[in-house]
Design a protein around this ligand. Sequence first.
Ligand SMILES: [Fe+2]
Ligand SMILES: [Fe+2]
Length: 272
Amino acid sequence: METVTVLMIGDVVGEAGMALVKERLRPLSLEYGAALTVVNGENAAAGYGLTEALANEIFDAGADIITSGNHIWEKREFWQYMDDNERVLRPANYPPQTCGRGLALIEKAGLSFAVINLQGRKHMTAIDCPFKCFDSIYETLSAGQETAKNGAAQTGTPPCPIILVDFHAEASDEKEALGLYIDGRAAVIAGTHTHVQTADEKILPHGTAYITDLGMTGASGAVIGMKAEPCVSRFVSHIQARMECASENPALQGIAVKIDAANGRSVEIRRI
Ligand SMILES: [Fe+2]
Ligand SMILES: [Fe+2]
């Protein structure tokens, strides 16, 4: 069986996260023999959004695609970049009028990949339905696949694309539900947004690799990568406090997934 490995890395938080990405991403990619690396960058700019300079640093460090989530809108000056750069994604189920895109198509190691970014709706903004949004993107990709299959029969290349989903969501039930809903259609669905890595990585019955949350890349000795004091005080006093990124115990978290290149189904998922 010919397999291909992909890495998906959890939300990069502030300077501590960026330092780890720059230091560890390429060695990790080499260690795992990864063909494709997807990094969630929604908190790279001091916890709030992303800038063009930081996106370029994440790409320079070895990322192929940057996904995001609810915090991607924090830096207004980044909106134009999202329109211009096909490798930076925002969740696809924001309304069509929103800048940027939620689907990236990329060729790596002689294979076609589709990376889809989606966002949950439970305890989050009431955007379009992520389930129906996946259906609609999958339908479009499958239509292309039918055409590709006809060509593939002649050229001997796999019909692909191999689909990877970053599901940026708060609620674990919504994440598990979407995982089972798309099982067999995507190679991987990985949750992001909570910044806490879950220990439930598995291959679902029809071959989709699943984890409720990738975790994050940032200071693990604090509160979801932010300094503890204002976070705690916010809960105690119910008064908004200025949040700042922490630096203690930095850790890079994510998954490495081995996919059968012939059918786009996963055979192994490991937590990083
Ligand atoms: Fe995040
Ligand atoms: Fe988020």
